[in-house]
Design a protein around this ligand. Structure first.
Ligand SMILES: NC(=O)c1ccc[n+]([C@@H]2O[C@H](COP(=O)([O-])OP(=O)(O)OC[C@H]3O[C@@H](n4cnc5c(N)ncnc54)[C@H](OP(=O)(O)O)[C@@H]3O)[C@@H](O)[C@H]2O)c1
Length: 248
């Protein structure tokens, strides 16, 4: 876990990265910290991952359940209190479920919408004034194949939630552009990591990836690096596919 509490002395951009106790959010947090950002991380569940995160990020590690509007607002307030502003928000939260729609329950659909859509709506709402003040950037997480509104045999409830998020992202991009705020989606393909869903290791799916390999968390971190850099100063409302060509 490279970054340390020495981040306290940093003066780089302030980046809030959610879902950062593990998986893609953790890779993004580590990457942005290595480039010099003052990275705030967020954990939800107690355990070893949360302990390591607190050790590595010190006062910039926060606990919040981001399906709760009050905890989301308190998180943003804590970041502002610590560092006085927010330049980037990267929301790597979004639960997953697979299986035919005929077997899905209303609770599963609600969980997808709460985790992927409502949490994004609450976080962007809480961070909007700070992002406008800094003329900053927000990055949300989609999934492959959103552009075509494709039917899904196994992931319809999840993809429906991500599709709703994509419409929000494009709408925020349009609405916030006059305020200097950029809003984009990054869409990973299959990115296995130690805590990822077993579907990311499904051989039948992996064999369909034109580039011949699954994604790595570092691939996603580099894409977020780009979207939160001056190289993307004129990029907003896009869905950046990091899929190795899967589902083209
Ligand atoms: N990995 C892939 O192949 C892939 C592919 C396409 C899209 N994506 C998207 O990329 C994003 C990150 O994926 P991932 O594989 O890193 O996911 P992950 O392994 O499920 O990790 C997500 C992190 O988010 C946290 N989290 C979940 N719900 C939360 C909540 N309500 N409040 C606060 N934290 C919460 C989890 O905390 P806990 O430890 O407490 O659960 C966990 O640390 C997601 O939006 C996902 O849909 C991933």
């Amino acid at each position: 876990m490279p970054p340390s509490e020495s981040q306290v002395e940093r003066t780089g951009p302030v980046s809030l990265v959610t879902g950062s106790a593990r998986g893609l959010g953790l890779a993004v947090a580590q990457h942005l910290a290595a480039r010099g950002d003052r990275v705030h991380v967020v954990w939800r569940s107690d355990g070893d991952a949360a302990s390591s995160l607190r050790e590595a990020f010190g006062a910039r590690a926060h606990r919040a359940d981001l399906t709760r509007v009050d905890e989301t607002q308190a998180l943003v307030d804590a970041v502002l209190e610590r560092d006085g502003g927010i330049d980037h928000v990267v929301h790597a939260v979004g639960e997953y479920v697979s299986g035919p729609l005929a077997d899905a329950t209303p609770d599963e659909l609600r969980r997808m919408l709460r985790s992927n859509v409502e949490s994004s709506f609450a976080l962007f709402g809480a961070a909007r004034p700070a992002l406008r003040a800094s003329r900053g950037a927000a990055v949300f997480f989609g999934c492959s194949g959103l552009a075509g509104f494709r039917a899904r045999r196994e992931t319809a409830a999840y993809a429906a939630a991500k599709s709703a998020l994509f419409v929000l992202v494009r709408s925020w991009a349009q609405e916030e552009a006059p305020h200097g705020v950029r809003v984009n989606l990054v869409s990973p393909g299959h990115v296995p990591h130690p805590d990822a869903h077993p579907d990311t290791l499904d051989r039948a799916r992996l064999e369909k990836i034109p580039m011949g390999r699954p994604g790595a968390p570092a691939d996603i971190a580099r894409a977020v690096d780009f979207l939160t850099s001056s190289a993307a100063a004129y990029t907003t409302g896009t869905d950046l596919l990091v899929t190795g060509g899967w589902m083209l």
